[in-house]
Design a protein around this ligand. Sequence first.
Ligand SMILES: Nc1ncnc2c1ncn2[C@@H]1O[C@H](COP(=O)(O)OP(=O)(O)OP(=O)(O)O)[C@@H](O)[C@H]1O
Length: 207
Amino acid sequence: MLITATGLGKRFQRDWIFRGLTRTFRPGSATAVLGPNGAGKSTLLNTISGQLLPTEGALAYELAGRAVAVEDVPQHLAYAAPYLELLEELTLLELLRFHTRFKALRPGMTPDRLIDLMYLENARQQLVREFSSGMKQRLKLGLALYAAAPLLLLDEPTTNLDATGVAWYQEHVQATRAGRTLLLSSNVPAEYSFCDEELLVTDFQKR
Ligand SMILES: Nc1ncnc2c1ncn2[C@@H]1O[C@H](COP(=O)(O)OP(=O)(O)OP(=O)(O)O)[C@@H](O)[C@H]1O
């Protein structure tokens, strides 16, 4: 998905979180959105994804040369973030079957195969509520990475992952990023070192 931000700004009450952001995000690019805690990385991702309205400026979306309306962006979006909740009252297999009714997996991927890829085969019938925080994070990432969605947003993707989980993330983000527009908010180089572009939110904090 081609995304063009022009003079984009977001304000909460009287505080500008970012302002004057003009930038193009192209299919196949991976952009690391960087900045200290509270800088506005998540706010920027949520604005670009159309979930928060910009206070000023404009966002335009295009898919294969056709304009996409902001209200249609969610159907083209896969998003993993610490603040997005999983349906914890379901078993893993139930959750995957439910989730994929609304958000299809990439061609050739099935819930069973995804469970194996996430190293969750022993948890197939387990309630997600009982998962460890690292298992939940692998599940969130697996759902986003293997969704058939041209826009991929990852907010702090290695939260709660151990060294094996970080290596798993690095392998699978590389395996699934081709052709997608990827934005990734982070403070951890191991999460974003593969990105080809960087966007420092504090560069857009003229008040
Ligand atoms: N809905 C909201 N209403 C008012 N202020 C908000 C809202 N959401 C975020 N903020 C404020 O906007 C600022 C940026 O928050 P944001 O979560 O985007 O930062 P961040 O860079 O993602 O931080 P972190 O690295 O800690 O996750 C913070 O000061 C936060 O308090």
